[in-house]
Design a protein around this ligand. Structure first.
Ligand SMILES: *[C@@H]1O[C@H](CO)[C@@H](O)[C@H](O)[C@H]1NC(C)=O
Ligand SMILES: *[C@@H]1O[C@H](CO)[C@@H](O)[C@H](O)[C@H]1NC(C)=O
Ligand SMILES: *[C@@H]1O[C@H](CO)[C@@H](O)[C@H](O)[C@H]1NC(C)=O
Ligand SMILES: *[C@@H]1O[C@H](CO)[C@@H](O)[C@H](O)[C@H]1NC(C)=O
Ligand SMILES: *[C@@H]1O[C@H](CO)[C@@H](O)[C@H](O)[C@H]1NC(C)=O
Length: 306
């Protein structure tokens, strides 16, 4: 990465005061012209490096956060968010950005009416969320992100970015309860979304389904009968396998809880009544002859539960 070498000019650009103008210049115009002005004799290879992958130090990150907080120019906001997001791919920077109070500054941009800016803010938060201590700060935005995900245009980039952030926030059991009241909405999104949306919602639901504390909420959620179409043999394996794993995880959690599935009092129209009904049993019997060995294996493991 040309980042270290570029740090010099980035630093020059980020010096505030007189440098603030330059910083804006750098973010708006990209590094090529800026660098040429500063150092006329860089090689052509250097000139193809974008500014986004420059690894910034704490002082530079602080200035970038200040810029993000103080400008209204959407182009600069977007570039600052992308640069911060890329820097948040490095664990030291994840901690530095948190210590500088950067998480609320980035998160504030998820309120932007501009979908492109909102998406970049969600992406940056997603990279920041890989760090456990950062998750403590990000958790306060989880419910807002849930509500946004349902309001976003279906299958949009911004919706997918929100779903990815929620998935990362549910890799541990710590914050899963924050999603409890959104399970019906997520199941609806699972059925209405296209393939990319379905896969991302399934990743999220799979995380929830491994947690016995979430089992009741999942199984009692009301869901359209078309849910069972996820278990059609012609559904792509990427989705089918995840849908089967979801069922297996729920079975396992019921076993952990010591419950007999058939004795649980779940309402008509609940996920429970669909999964443990005769229509679903039929689907599993059909999948036991599926051409994909993994699908077949999972269906065979589930069949005795009926
Ligand atoms: C949204 O932001 C992008 C840059 O990030 C800009 O190009 C676009 O014009 C903005 N849209 C609106 C409606 O302001
Ligand atoms: C986030 O991190 C990944 C690597 O983990 C990186 O590829 C990506 O560019 C980073 N930036 C954003 C904005 O997601
Ligand atoms: C969390 O998000 C990051 C960045 O998008 C990604 O690289 C990482 O794989 C995700 N972690 C998990 C466990 O999904
Ligand atoms: C889902 O829709 C989005 C937005 O229209 C599109 O970019 C994406 O490729 C679609 N995914 C699939 C698997 O069709
Ligand atoms: C959540 O899913 C990710 C992969 O998408 C996985 O690495 C992680 O272990 C899962 N966490 C839980 C609690 O199921």
């Amino acid at each position: 990465m040309g980042g270290a070498r570029d740090a010099g000019w980035v630093a020059a650009g980020l010096v505030l005061g007189a440098g603030a103008c330059y910083c804006i210049y750098w973010l708006t115009r990209g590094p090529r012209r800026a660098r040429r002005r500063l150092r006329p004799s860089r090689s052509a290879e250097d000139l193809t490096d974008g500014p986004y992958d420059a690894v910034l130090n704490a002082e530079q990150l602080e200035k970038l956060l200040y810029l993000l907080e103080s400008t209204d120019d959407p182009i600069i906001v977007e570039k600052a968010l992308v640069t911060l997001g890329n820097n948040a791919a490095f664990s030291t920077n994840q901690a530095i950005i948190r210590e500088l109070g950067g998480i609320p500054i980035v998160a504030n941009k998820i309120n932007s009416p501009n979908q492109s800016i909102k998406e970049k803010a969600l992406n940056a938060l997603n990279n920041l969320s890989v760090n456990v201590e950062n998750q403590v700060k990000i958790k306060v935005y989880v419910q807002r992100v849930c509500e946004d995900v349902f309001a976003d245009p279906l299958n949009s980039a911004v919706q997918l970015a929100g779903l990815r952030l929620l998935t990362n926030m549910t890799v541990t059991n710590n914050y899963q309860h924050l999603l409890s009241s959104y399970i019906t909405g997520l199941l609806h999104l699972l059925l209405t979304g296209n393939g990319s949306t379905k896969v991302q919602v399934l990743k999220l639901l799979l995380n929830l389904s491994e947690n016995p504390d979430m089992t009741e909420g999942l199984l009692s959620a009301q869901v359209d009968a078309s849910f069972l179409s996820l278990y059609d043999g012609r559904i792509t394996s990427e989705i089918l396998l995840r849908a089967l794993t979801l069922f297996q995880n729920l079975n396992n959690c019921l076993r952990v809880e010591g419950c007999l599935a058939a004795q649980l009092p779940f309402a008509k129209g609940s996920l429970f009544s669909l999964l443990y009904g005769e229509d679903c049993a039929q689907k599993m019997r059909a999948l036991a002859h599926h051409h994909d060995a993994d699908v077949k294996e999972k269906a065979l493991a589930i069949l005795p539960k009926f």
